[in-house]
Design a protein around this ligand. Structure first.
Ligand code: CP
Length: 324
């Protein structure tokens, strides 16, 4: 069985293979016919129990570019609202004969449960679960960093050894931060998290990264600065930071961006809250890769689907998940 549940399951070679395959896939977009026949006759279900713009649309674009049959399922408007369980939903899909399930769910661990429950035979790809993991986001972020900081052709076969990445904001609720710390560590990058103490998780000392509370002193030492959204929907209202105080200490504006080295990039997984963690000036600047990250997400998701379902290359082994 082959799945992609967590960025922590990927070895360095797995990750570099995905990044290299994504470079190949990105060339499909440059062709007059932007499709490959690789997944013709295979069915992929996009099973979204939580809202999404970028991930849902880019998985669908990736599946269509690989000629898969695509079924989109959104919990809103489905029988989930009548109380149907994940198990019954999964078995309903299984009865229709699906080859892969792309799942986003509010509960951390839901994709792992689906992959290891025996409810379905399909490959499972985690498109974001609770505050736990978002592995394809980490892969598209690493792809964007490798292209920008190493080079499109020069990067092939290479990891991110020695690159300094700063991740800023609501780490506590961020599956993007967790996935990035895992994958960037595997790829040899040095990661620093900058966040208010109240927005760092318990046990942060065991993560393979540094922690700082001082954004201004970290910026000049960064090759990439990734801004995170404050996830109010996952917080008790009493713990909301005020927008003014938060952006004064942890927001990225033009003056702060000027402290970064000239080659350094600003990243954001989206959705952005302009005026909170990032100003419009920074979000719209040429140094901000947010839109590029979205485009790269299609190539990464094509690569993951190709390697899990259609490729002749070595599988994404998922050995670490099986060991748990
Ligand atoms: N980055 C990300 O996961 O965005 P969506 O929630 O829009 O999919």
């Amino acid at each position: 069985q082959r799945h992609l549940i967590s960025a922590a399951d990927l070895t360095r070679d797995d990750a570099v293979l995905i990044l290299d395959t994504a470079e190949e896939m990105s060339r499909v977009a440059d062709r007059p016919i932007k499709k490959l026949p690789t997944l013709r006759g295979r069915t992929v279900v996009n099973l979204f129990f939580e809202d999404s713009t970028r991930t849902r649309i880019s998985f669908e674009a990736a599946e269509k570019r690989l000629s898969a049959d695509v079924i989109n399922f959104s919990a809103k408007g489905s029988s989930v609202s009548k109380g149907e369980s994940l198990k019954d939903t999964a078995q309903t899909l299984e009865a229709m004969g699906v080859d892969a399930v792309v799942i986003r769910h509010g509960a951390s661990g839901a994709p792992y449960r689906l992959a290891n429950s025996g409810w379905i035979d399909a490959a499972v790809i985690n498109a974001g679960d609770g505050t736990h993991q978002h592995p394809t986001q980490a892969l598209l972020d690493a792809f964007t960093m490798r292209r920008r900081l190493v080079g499109r052709d020069a990067g092939l076969g290479h990891d991110l050894a020695g690159k300094r990445v700063t991740i800023v904001g609501d780490v506590l609720h961020s599956r993007v931060a967790r996935s990035n710390v895992d994958l960037l560590h595997t790829l040899g990058a040095e990661v620093t998290l900058v966040a208010p103490p109240t927005l760092l998780p318990v046990g942060i000392g065991t993560w393979p990264c540094e922690v700082s509370y001082d954004l201004d002193s970290t910026l000049p030492k960064s090759d990439a600065v990734m801004m995170l959204r404050v996830q109010r929907e996952r917080m008790n209202a009493a713990f909301f930071p005020t927008e003014r105080e938060y952006s004064r200490r942890y927001g990225l504006d033009g003056d702060r961006m000027a402290k970064m080295p000239e080659h350094a990039i600003v990243m954001h997984p989206g959705p952005m809250v302009r005026g909170m963690e990032i100003t419009a000036q920074v979000a719209d600047s040429e140094r901000c890769t947010a839109i590029e990250q979205v485009a790269n997400g299609v190539s990464i998701r094509m690569a993951v689907l190709y390697l899990l379902l259609g490729g002749n290359e070595p599988a994404l082994t998922n050995t670490r998940t099986e060991e748990k």
